[in-house]
Design a protein around this ligand. Structure first.
Ligand SMILES: [Zn+2]
Ligand SMILES: [Zn+2]
Length: 444
């Protein structure tokens, strides 16, 4: 039975032995001696032989990327480097005076006004021309379009997302209140705990509930002060109004996609008259689509730049609150531990025993050589949390460059232990979610 598992689970997924054995072998490329850990793929720090492990391209699309994808990647890297130079040189600036942000706001407002006009015009047509059939058709079309373009506020589904309440986690909420005050942010209303190797902040619903989501696996991979840095980063997003702005501009982009969808090409067919009509309609909708696609591209590129600037701004705030060292440490964990934890949890379906205990042992025995390999790989590939974030190694360099002194918020071991105990109340549920997800992925 164990043999079978060994075949299914690749070497680097194998459960960690208590004492990792270091084997010394010779690099096949430069003959330097490599001290390898038998649970991980060997690589050479001298000549970077095997830096990319054999399975790293597993999820990537097969074959070489096309010329367009390569160009895009190059432009992305150039853009990231330029923005990095800008924030290193002159800081994150005053976000509200950023010309890109003002342009995005203006364009989004025009789109929202357009949808509002459709609503008012539609209702007016219905009322004024009743019971004229043309009035009804265009009136309903206007109202229907406004419905599609309605602002999406998001909502908290308490049946699906389990909240950790203030009563259940008083020490965590206390710490959050302190961090929020220091960041100039309103208090967090709801804390959600999930199984992602991530954390996020959002504002949802008509009552604008402030929701902080903490991924338990990421939390476990961090040192105490790095956890404060993580909370401070998310509170930085809150005080900078990033979620609000993103949803304002984001819903304008959604509206534009709806228009693009509505202005679909009609099928040409039937008699001469139908043919002429269809061509005329297609020329018209084609023009609409062209304008809409142009607007989408402008708005998306503006938000692309903005969201990356927003990450730097949140990192800056976190550096002041939790210290630059803690933010740099957090970034380093995102580079080294986060991908390892993700891979470890993806194979949770093959494991038995306590998931968290297994993860803790895996992290305790995580070798420095594997961390170094992941650091070099992140630099090489410009690895990032996702497209809205600057490459993580650049964020780390930015954090290091901040000249803030000691942390504005420091915690005691006792406080962090209590926060830990409160978060672990969700441990069983979150572990079940992770195992379910890993098992579902097996059958996909
Ligand atoms: Zn070598
Ligand atoms: Zn962020």
């Amino acid at each position: 039975m164990l043999r079978d598992l060994d075949v299914i689970v690749p070497l680097w997924h194998a459960p960690p032995s208590m004492t990792p054995s270091a084997i010394v072998r010779e690099c096949p490329q430069c003959s330097a001696s490599i001290a390898a850990d038998d649970r991980f793929v060997p690589w050479c720090p001298e000549c970077e032989w095997n830096l990319r492990r054999p399975d790293s391209g597993r999820d990537a699309p097969t074959g070489r990327p096309g010329p367009l994808a390569r160009l895009r990647k190059r432009l992305d890297a150039r853009f990231a480097a330029d923005l990095h130079r800008q924030v290193l040189g002159s800081g994150v600036g005053t976000p509200s005076r950023d010309p890109g942000r003002i342009a995005a706001y203006t364009l989004a407002t025009l789109v929202h006004l357009f949808a509002l006009t459709a609503l008012v015009g539609g209702v007016w047509l219905l009322v004024a021309s009743w019971p004229n059939p043309f009035g009804i058709v265009f009136g309903v079309a206007g109202v229907g379009f406004a419905y599609l373009a309605r602002p999406r506020l998001g909502r908290l589904d308490r049946d699906v997302q389990h909240a950790l309440t203030r009563q259940e986690a008083p020490v965590l909420y206390d710490l959050l209140d302190r961090v929020a005050r220091e960041a100039g942010a309103p208090p967090v209303d709801v804390v959600l705990v999930d199984g992602d190797v991530n954390a996020s902040f959002g504002t949802v619903g008509l009552r604008r509930t402030n929701v902080l989501t903490i991924g338990l696996p990421l939390w476990l991979a961090l040192e105490p002060q790095e956890r404060v840095a993580l909370l401070a980063h998310e509170m930085g997003h809150s005080s900078n109004g990033d979620a609000r702005r993103m949803s304002y501009v984001g819903s304008a982009i959604t509206t534009l996609y709806e228009i693009h969808h509505a202005a679909a090409r009609v099928r040409v067919g039937g008699g001469l008259r139908a043919l002429v009509t269809a061509i005329a309609v297609n020329v018209l909708t084609g023009l609409v689509r062209l304008v809409v696609v142009g607007l989408i591209m402008v708005l998306e590129s503006l938000t692309y730049r903005e969201s990356q600037l927003a990450e730097y701004a949140a990192d800056d705030r976190a550096a002041r609150i939790a210290s630059p060292v803690a933010v740099a440490g957090l970034m380093d964990k995102l580079i080294t531990r986060a991908p390892a934890v993700r891979r470890h949890l993806e194979s949770a379906a093959h494991r038995t025993g306590d998931l968290w205990e297994g993860l803790r042992r895996y992290l305790d025995g995580f070798p420095e050589s594997e961390e170094e390999r992941l650091r070099r790989l992140a630099r090489l590939e410009g690895a990032r949390v996702d497209a809205t974030h600057p490459p993580t190694h650049l964020r780390k360099a930015f954090a290091v460059s901040r000249t803030y002194g000691t942390a504005a918020i420091a915690t005691t071991d006792e406080e962090m232990d209590r926060v830990q105990a409160e978060l672990e109340r969700t441990g069983d549920r979150v572990a079940r979610e992770i195992v379910d997800r890993a098992q579902a992925a097996l059958y996909e």
